[in-house]
Design a protein around this ligand. Structure first.
Ligand SMILES: Cc1ncc(C[n+]2csc(CCOP(=O)(O)OP(=O)(O)O)c2C)c(N)n1
Ligand SMILES: [Mg+2]
Length: 357
């Protein structure tokens, strides 16, 4: 296990100055370069989605700014036939998995519940009810095992979600039945305005793994290399039939919870300023430049790819979809109830009347 790489209990391979204490244990440079490119795209997606909120094109966007290493590593360690179970904050991970970000953002535009086909890239719908997706993730992993498949499930949640009963049930069931699940807790220090200290007094969230009899690792969540090695190990264990792992990523939510939140009411600017030098992109960039694999030409290439993606998102999200209001009633029940059928008929009649005016 990568716990052997932990210093003071935290796995870190590239420090905030871009220095690697032991380059021999790092993933191959080409892999890190690809990870850096993916983080550039992830950050740009966060910025573009934030701009679309300010333009009124999206209702809300929970940014993963500062958490891009988690977003990218969670996906890069998976095989195509594995599953990802994301939360509302994980749009960048969903996009990194290959889902069209425009489709992922449909939910946040209020047009549809899940704008993408979860089976196409094996990405479950982004869950807003905290920790509910963890139970589904364990169910999918357990089912795969019963069928004799070696599929692995990556289940994402936040620090606040670890207080939910669903988190406990998911971890316990997964451990007892050796379900092939990796629980990645992105500890970004807040659940909206509730700081970690009011969430748990456990020595760490990873420490909770002991209570389930599950291996657990605390990793620097802004260090892509450390996350990749730790999560790859956990995925390997799960695939080999050795059960789940709990990974706590020590990171920070640099932006507000969403645009509907004013973080100045519960945290200081000094605190944010202390985290900025630990930025996941900056440290890997420094490392890759020092290694001679990242130069101006590459940076320009990555920036152009980010520009192209952002333009695609801007155009896609700004397009005025024609939405049929009667779709409200579709897909609620296999056979609509009498009340729903009555309400739908009422709505249709009102729409026809409106159109005739
Ligand atoms: C079951 C449930 N309770 C409450 C909420 C309201 N809520 C939305 S986000 C959030 C904070 C979650 O914090 P955390 O798990 O740390 O994730 P983060 O937003 O920091 O990524 C809360 C309480 C919810 N969505 N679901
Ligand atoms: Mg949080």
């Amino acid at each position: 296990m990568s716990t052997s790489l932990a210093v003071d209990g935290v796995v870190q391979l590239v420090d905030e100055h871009g220095h690697a204490a032991d380059p021999a244990v790092l993933p191959p440079t080409a892999e890190l370069l690809a990870g850096y490119r993916a983080m550039v795209l992830a950050r740009r997606l966060n910025e573009q989605a934030g701009a679309l909120v300010r333009q009124g094109r999206l209702a809300v966007y929970p940014s993963s700014h500062g958490q891009e290493a988690c977003q990218v590593a969670a996906v890069s360690v998976l095989r195509e036939d594995d599953w990802l179970f994301p939360t509302y904050r994980d749009t960048a991970a969903v996009a990194a998995r290959g889902v069209d970000p425009v489709e992922a953002l449909v939910l946040l535009r209020g047009d549809w519940h899940c704008g993408y086909d979860p089976t196409a890239h094996r990405v479950a719908p982004q869950a807003t009810p905290l920790a509910t997706q963890l139970l589904h993730a364990v169910g999918v992993g357990h089912a795969a095992r019963l069928r004799g498949e070696d599929t692995v499930v990556m289940a994402l949640c936040g620090d606040g979600a670890t207080s939910e009963g669903d988190f406990h049930e998911a971890c316990n069931f997964a451990a007892v039945f050796a379900a092939p699940v990796v629980f990645l807790v992105q500890n970004n220090k807040y659940a909206i305005s509730v700081p970690l200290a009011r969430q748990s007094v456990a020595p760490s969230l990873a420490a909770k793994g002991a209570g389930y009899g599950m291996p657990a690792v605390l990793v620097d969540g802004n260090d892509l290399a450390a996350l990749s090695v730790t999560l790859s190990d956990a995925v390997r264990r799960a695939r080999d039939g050795d059960g789940p792992t709990l990974v706590e990523a020590d990171t920070y939510r640099v932006a507000a919870h969403t645009n509907a939140d004013d973080p100045a009411r519960y945290r200081t600017e000094d605190e944010v300023a202390r985290w900025l030098p630990r930025d996941p992109l900056a440290r890997l960039r420094t490392y890759l430049i020092a290694e001679g694999v990242l130069d101006d030409a590459r940076e320009a290439e990555f920036a152009a790819a980010a520009d192209e993606m952002a333009a695609h998102v801007r155009h896609g999200v700004s397009a005025e979809d024609v939405v049929d209001p009667a779709e409200l009633f579709a897909h609620v029940y296999a056979r609509p109830t009498a009340q729903l059928a009555e309400q739908e008929a009422l709505l249709r009649a009102e729409l026809t009347e409106e159109a005739a005016r």
